[in-house]
Design a protein. Sequence first.
Length: 185
Amino acid sequence: MTAAILCAAILLAQPGPATSEQLATEFRDLVAKQQAPVWIGYRVPATPGEHNTCWNSEARFPLESPESLVVAFRVERGEIDKIRVSSSNCRIDTGGLPTRWIDNVGANESVALLQSLAWQDRRDLANTELAAIALTDTPDGSATRALIQLARWRGHPELQKQAFFWLAHSQDSRAVDFIESLLTK
């Protein structure tokens, strides 16, 4: 299911997305095996709207909104060092490091994985995890529900603040209802 390919070969996901448990297992196995630096990534549907997120300083600026986004994790010695979220229409530069792509990742599975990583309380990665959750298009609202759960978590004030930030920018009525319920208490 995984293959080492160059960053230029980001392909559309094949039918049949993995379940949350399958993705979590495959992802954790891949992370644990990596001793040398590598990027592990996948592609998921992006929320509708104007948001191009390119994480390098390329001269090209995409004018059209992307249909998907890339979530990439820099891994070394079995640990996640960095997380990057990029519009799929951006040129990706991995700095010459190999890339392992996970195919067939569904939006809900990505949200579940990112939320589980956010609960691990890595403050240096949490903002990017929440951005990736917020920018993932989940028609059933799982991204909004995940952000609401993280906003309610009192164990990490900075994470809570970021969750509120993304909820305030959400087009989902559940986000508005949640914020209004707090303001009217």
